[in-house]
Design a protein around this ligand. Structure first.
Ligand code: NAP
Length: 475
């Protein structure tokens, strides 16, 4: 191709970048320049997709990549978070001009996005932090896209992003959510909720496997059944698929051959760190991140199991009859509501803290298709925000009644699992948060007394306005 023909360029031909580039070419009808550190990959992406070859422009250097782009240029970076982003930005920025748009479409710590936007501003290039969810298949066919940055730049990006985004009821799951790091922040909390949701599903799987003794195919059928009601979601659906899959090597269930160590790339951890900084108790997200950490200490776990023993199946009062399964289903519904309430509380607080004015109902809408946490449940969140101000999802009338109906089941499941020694860290974190949240008279009056005694931190009184210090007896 002669120069200046590509509508945009994607830099980074890994799993996500290649898929996104093909999506731009296929569903968007755009001509896309392909760039990558390992430049051979750009030709591979074109050659593996002959039906789109006319609209794919492989390049073998940054200069070549930039020279193929129409001006003003749009460059979509899709590389691993952290240093790779800074390195690629340092390479491409000298070739861009004022008015060009540089998008970081990978996952990013939003603090990095804020820093990068500030650093790029003087060059006149517009920097956009953009979260993309949906994994490889979503990126290829229609992801959910969370855009941050300058709102005027969004108007220019809209015609490029709407055609490639997932559609829900015909409307694209992409929107501008707020300035600077807002898009990446929302993506981070999306991933935190995803961690919690996955962990809670895995905990119920643990109960069915270790306490009830079900086989993977039986559990696959249960999840498939749950996927027809309140829990309907992509994550429940794929849990059923994973449990049902056979291992070609052993002929048994593949899930039984997979090592129980979960990886993580940082977004879950960032979500918890940001929730902590904002003073929000995102305890189910924390439990999920910690559980992945513990999972990676496999040898230590084996030693601890040898010393302390494992699940006490004799004490496990779980059953796979109609009543027992309905209880587990209801417990999962209750815990899920609480996890989403925590994620949304973090978004609400961030919105105030950073002055973003995040469109919370709209966020649930653009998560409704394309992304990993897509579920029926998100409709209810959108409706709750449309109905008026929501202080916390647990207080929104539609959720209040649902949690009231399901909290007893969560309580029984957590209690029975605890007695049997079955770990349910996220489910129990959900229950503890709920009980703490709905207790009008808490116990931090004692904490405040202790703080005032050892550090003169003062306290407030119930019967009088003002700040008080007491001369406590010293130990
Ligand atoms: P990937 O398949 O591992 O690809 C990584 C890409 O980054 C490759 O193009 C690689 O180039 C490039 N890269 C790595 N280090 C580099 C460096 N130091 N300098 C320049 N380029 C470098 O990763 P991915 O799954 O596509 O993920 C890309 C981004 O999308 C990440 O931020 C990830 O968190 C995010 N994300 C991933 C998913 C998912 O499901 N995979 C979902 C949503 C978001 P080479 O080919 O030369 O190695």
């Amino acid at each position: 191709m002669s120069g200046n023909q590509a509508d945009l360029g994607v830099l980074g031909m890994g799993t996500m970048g290649a898929s996104l580039a093909l999506n731009f070419a296929d569903n968007g009808g755009f001509t896309v320049a392909l760039g990558n550190r390992t430049t051979e990959k750009t030709y591979g992406v074109r050659d593996d997709n002959p039906e789109l070859a006319e609209r794919l422009v492989p390049t073998d250097s940054i200069e070549h990549f930039v020279s193929t782009l129409k001006s003003p240029r749009v460059v979509v970076l899709m590389v691993n978070a952290g240093k790779p982003v800074d390195d690629q930005m340092a390479l491409v920025l000298p070739h861009l001009a004022p008015g060009d748009i540089l998008i970081d479409a990978g996952n990013a710590d939003f603090n990095d996005t804020v820093r990068r936007e500030k650093a790029v501003k003087p060059t006149g290039v517009h920097f956009v932090g953009m979260g993309v969810s949906g994994g490889e298949v979503g990126a290829r066919n229609g992801p959910s896209i969370m855009v941050g940055g300058d709102q005027a730049v969004w108007q220019r990006l809209k015609p490029l992003l709407e055609p490639i985004a997932a559609k829900f009821d015909g409307s694209p799951c992409v929107d501008w959510l707020g300035p600077d790091g807002a898009g990446h922040f929302v993506k981070t909390i999306h991933n935190g909720i995803e961690y919690a949701d996955m962990q809670m599903i895995a905990e119920v799987y643990g109960i069915l496997r270790d306490a009830v003794g079900l086989r993977p195919q039986e559990m696959a059928d249960i999840f498939a059944d749950w996927n027809t009601r309140d829990l309907q979601s992509y994550l429940i659906e794929i849990s059923s698929l994973v449990l049902a899959e056979r291992d070609p090597e052993t002929g048994g269930a593949l899930v039984d051959q997979i090592v129980d160590e979960a990886g993580q790339k940082g977004t879950g951890r960032w979500s918890v760190i940001e929730a902590q900084k904002l003073g929000v108790g995102a305890t189910t997200l924390e439990a999920a991140v910690s559980a992945r950490g513990i999972s990676s200490r496999r040898a230590e776990r084996a030693e601890a199991a040898r010393i302390f023993g494992g699940v006490k199946t004799a004490r496990a009062e779980f059953h796979a009859d109609h009543e027992g399964l309905a209880e587990l289903e209801a417990a999962l519904v209750a815990a899920k509501i609480i996890a989403y309430a925590q994620g949304y509380a973090t978004l609400t607080e961030a919105s105030k803290e950073f002055g973003w004015n995040l469109p919370l109902g709209e966020i649930a809408r653009i998560w409704r298709a394309g992304c990993i946490i897509r579920s029926r449940f998100l409709d209810d969140i959108t409706r709750a925000y449309e109905a008026g101000d929501v202080v916390n999802l647990l207080l929104a009338p539609s959720f209040t009644s649902r949690i009231e109906g399901a909290q007893e089941a969560l309580r029984r499941v957590v209690a029975k699992a605890s007695l049997a020694g079955i770990p349910v860290p996220a489910l129990s974190a959900a229950l503890a948060y709920f009980d703490d949240y709905r207790r009008a008279r808490g116990t931090t009056n004692l904490t405040q007394g202790q703080r005032d005694l050892f550090g003169a931190h003062t306290f407030h009184r119930l019967n009088r306005e003002g700040t008080f210090h007491h001369k406590w007896p010293q130990a």
